[in-house]
Design a protein around this ligand. Sequence first.
Ligand SMILES: [Zn+2]
Length: 186
Amino acid sequence: MELRAYLGRRLGRRARGEGEPPLDIEVDDAVGRLPTGAGEYRRRDPGTIRAAVIHHSAAAGDLPVEALAAYHVQRRCWPGIGYHYYLTADGTIHRCNRLEAVSWHCGSENPRSVGICLAGDFTDPGARPTDSQLASARGLIAALEGALDRRLEVWGHKELAPTACPGAGWPDVRRYSQRGWRRYVA
Ligand SMILES: [Zn+2]
């Protein structure tokens, strides 16, 4: 890239604050107020994001985002909360990490994905997110697709890694089928 164009891009990013396209959806912006730990997550160009990975918190649906962040930082010794977005049972969307942060939520898939955690424990068959949470998840993914100007793959964590997350209610479908997400929110 030509130097001037490069510098212009850098300056433009700085002027906008954080090099991230704004989301067309209401969120509680928790970035900056959540506890952080030692080190920093690696950075990426948000344009390289291809997928959203859905998780559950395996904890209470109304657990405050600050408490989850403190657990990741203090108990797991991570640089910050592992997810990019945390959706409580009332449907509130908490923004937890910038999209450029390669935060830790899905192992080798981290560099290309956004981590979206639905608060609650859906381990048992029949345990489901609230309608508000699912509506917020749908809206958030649509807003991310608009901001990133691309369709995203949407996976349940267990479709990509050996885990029970996001719970038994997430259909067991083959990787790369994309049917799980559509059935889950139907
Ligand atoms: Zn998970």
